[in-house]
Design a protein around this ligand. Structure first.
Ligand code: TPP
Ligand code: MG
Length: 398
């Protein structure tokens, strides 16, 4: 699982008189875990200083993220939005890591990191405006749902071609270093994206140019339907960090305490030493890849069940209970309030006018070039001809 497999032909070091052959097994990369699946602390030497206020914010953000996912999958099934991509099972990886950052740190994400935005305070209305492509959508309707971004929250807009954010994050962090900013860049990506050339260019560039960036890989076991052990033969993604001379941490990606501690440490190293750090969070995508995917075609219920028992939310909640930090009534109230809030926001966002047609071709060039103007005019003529096919758009034609 997750490509950290024990391949027989790689597990031994061969030493003859003259030739030393080094293999995967020699790396023996440890995985930081502070909480076992029952929510008991397994390593009390490491105190990650999560007090009740912080614990609640992390827990509530994870619950909200899961609730949002459930409601948006339902909205997609009802035909209200075109697409959605859930993060069930990976909430700890995105929320607890963001909790360990400073708000001034730039986040560059892949697409499954809505938990980071939730933690930073992206509102339900903001989520809905983007997903319904209405006139308040900062992307002006030019993107599919889940392409969030917010300058005020230092969250770079999602771009779904895999891996693009990785060298961009190195570059952004290089700029932070040149400007002597006391901030770093956090770059999230999946283990599948780490097969892109951009991953290798980005890591090497950050290592050579001393860029204060955390490369946070969510190794969730799959790239759509391809399991990690069919993606690569090496020891996960962590081994690649070491290859590029990047300080590296492997962490249990379903363990809030471990992720928080690992990210705090990584941030400290990145800032103090002005260098990159790679974190590989070992987790599991409990949800389908997206609303266009059906995992029953490529993985077993048994496998899903095994990982469901390691659910990051129940594990952290159990820990909070042990600490006396947890109040079930308060959580129930919060969930009910957020459920109502999401339902109300869906109704408002879907009734709002969609983004304007003229804006479709703006913002890229200083002035709109003739060939885009021509295409826009053709589009308008087409919509005018078939107004019934474009009920939300036709009345907006100028
Ligand atoms: C350059 C590029 N190639 C292919 C795709 C199609 N694609 C979308 S998501 C995905 C899988 C990515 O897996 P991973 O990076 O592990 O992220 P996860 O979905 O597991 O969170 C693929 C192949 C794409 N978006 N961009
Ligand atoms: Mg993946």
């Amino acid at each position: 699982m997750q490509g950290v497999q024990d391949r027989n032909h790689l597990s031994n070091v061969t030493v003859s008189n003259k030739v030393t052959v080094i293999t995967n097994g020699l790396l023996d990369i440890p995985m930081l875990q502070l909480l076992n699946p029952e929510g008991n602390e397994t390593n009390t030497d490491l105190d990650c200083n999560i007090d009740q206020v912080l614990a609640k914010r992390i827990l509530f953000s994870m619950h909200y993220t899961r609730l949002l996912d459930e409601r948006m999958i339902a909205a997609q099934r009802q035909g209200r939005i075109s697409f959605y991509l859930a993060s069930r099972g990976e909430e700890a990886a995105t929320v607890a890591s963001t909790a360990a950052l400073s708000n001034s740190d730039m986040i560059m994400s892949q697409y499954r990191e809505q938990g980071a935005l939730v933690y930073r305070g992206y509102t339900t209305e903001q989520f809905m405006n983007q997903m319904f492509s209405n006139e308040l959508d900062p992307n002006k309707g030019r993107q599919m749902p889940i392409h969030y971004g917010d300058m005020a929250l230092n969250f770079m807009t999602v771009s779904s071609p895999l891996g693009t954010q990785i060298p961009q994050a190195s570059g952004y962090a290089y700029g932070q270093a040149l400007a002597n900013e006391p901030s770093i860049t956090m770059c999230f990506f999946g283990e599948g994206a780490a097969s892109e050339g951009d991953f290798h260019a980005g890591l090497n560039m950050a290592a050579v140019l001393d860029c204060p960036v955390i490369f946070f890989c969510r190794n969730n076991g799959y790239a759509i339907s391809t399991p990690a052990d069919e993606q690569f033969a090496g020891d996960g993604i962590a081994s690649r960090g070491i290859g590029y001379g990047v300080r590296t941490i492997r962490v249990d990606g379903n363990d809030v305490l471990a992720i928080y501690a690992a990210t705090k440490e990584a941030r400290k190293i990145a800032l103090e030493h002005q260098c990159p750090v790679l974190i590989e969070a070992m987790t599991y995508r409990l949800s389908a890849h997206s609303t266009s995917d059906d995992p029953s075609g490529y993985r077993s219920k048994d496998e899903e069940q095994k990982w469901a028992l390691r659910d990051p939310i129940t594990r952290f909640q159990a820990w909070m209970q042990h600490k006396g930090f947890f109040d079930q009534d308060e959580l129930n109230q919060y969930i009910q309030q957020k459920r109502d809030e999401i339902l109300a926001a869906v109704k408002v966002a879907e009734k709002m006018p969609v983004a304007g047609i003229d804006e479709l071709v703006e913002d890229v060039y200083d002035s709109v070039p003739w060939h885009l103007e021509k295409q826009r005019d053709e589009l308008k003529a087409h919509i005018k001809k078939y107004p019934a096919a474009y009920p939300k758009t036709s009345w907006r034609l100028k």
